[in-house]
Design a binder for this molecule. Structure first.
Ligand code: GSH
Length: 298
């Protein structure tokens, strides 16, 4: 770093990074209580096991919603093997750091899936990997071969690589950071708008991201960029002028109207409008009962 750097605009004013970074436990921000610079479990606790082959440990955030939407879509198609238990992982309370959770996802983030229909059970983590695993397992929502399959994977990987700029970048600094930093908000608002434009241009010439069919690429991208384009993420609809992306919005509205999407959005959601919540799902009929708490469904 240059010694002549002007530090007067630094935040806090005059801040210069020390030679060695030190963890400031009380650093503030919405996630200060759960963030830490090390991996691994913090305490011993086994995961619960339900009666279905697929055990999902998750939360109704965009990354979690991808998986519950796909599972509900598979069930709607008649794949009864996609029946699942969805257990609530309270990330604000550190549930992702239990020994049981870390054994399924060493990265300590939701969503995490354990497929108990295989011997030994198969662990699957990273939402993109979970979507691919389930699509391949059931032979659905993934073109079997050729250019459309490649295009589906293109957009699936695009989403996995791009969303951290939207969530960890724009969303964090616009909605969650304890201070408003113009430089950070500008940088990530620009990238969020550029990403929406990427999608808008693709969807101007194609009904779905991979081509003529609805696939896991759409299911991966929608909970982030579809919900953003509908003005329902970070309260940023006006700030980012989401009405300027008409093709993205057409696609977002079409997906939002799908019954399986409406079901999947509610699973593991434990905040907001009680009618939109289903903290845990252990049976398809749980979705007929709004506002179900975990203790009600066990
Ligand atoms: N790339 C991961 C990201 C998962 C992720 O960031 N999950 C967040 C919630 S959306 C989480 O579990 N955060 C808890 C933590 O960071 O401790 C995926 O797509 O599965």
């Amino acid at each position: 770093m240059s010694e002549t750097r002007d530090t007067s605009r630094d935040i806090p004013s005059g801040y210069t990074p020390p030679a060695v970074w030190v963890w400031n436990k009380g650093g503030g921000g919405r996630f200060a209580a759960i963030n830490r610079p090390t991996a691994g479990p913090t305490h011993e606790h086994e995961l619960p096991v339900g009666r279905h082959p697929l055990q999902l440990h998750s939360l109704g955030t965009p990354n979690g919603v991808k998986v519950t939407v796909l599972l509900e879509e598979l069930l709607a198609l008649g794949h009864s093997g996609a029946e699942y238990d969805a257990w609530l992982v309270r990330i604000n309370e550190g549930d992702q750091f239990t020994s049981g959770f870390v054994a399924v996802n060493p990265n300590s983030k939701i969503p995490a899936l354990l497929d108990r229909s295989t011997l030994p059970p198969t662990r699957v983590f990273e939402s993109g990997s979970i979507l691919l695993y389930l699509a391949e397992k059931f032979g659905a929502f993934l073109p079997p071969a050729g250019a459309q399959r490649v295009e589906c994977l293109n957009w699936l990987f695009w989403q996995m690589a791009s969303a951290p700029y939207l969530g960890g970048g724009f969303g964090h600094f616009y909605a969650y950071a304890p201070v408003k930093i113009e430089y950070a908000i500008d940088r990530f608002a620009m990238e969020a708008k550029r990403q929406m434009d990427v999608l808008d241009r693709r969807l101007a010439g194609s009904p779905w991201l991979a081509g003529p069919e609805y696939t896991i690429a759409d299911i991966a991208v929608w909970p982030w960029y579809g919900v953003l384009a509908l003005g329902e993420l970070y309260g940023a609809g006006e700030f980012l002028q989401v009405q300027d992306y008409p093709h993205l919005r057409r696609w977002a509205e079409t997906i939002a109207a799908r019954p399986a999407v409406q079901r999947g959005r509610r699973v593991n959601r434990s905040w907001g409008d009680p009618a939109g919540q289903l903290a845990e799902r252990h049976d398809a009929t749980d979705l007929d009962r709004p506002g179900v708490r975990p203790e009600d469904s066990r």
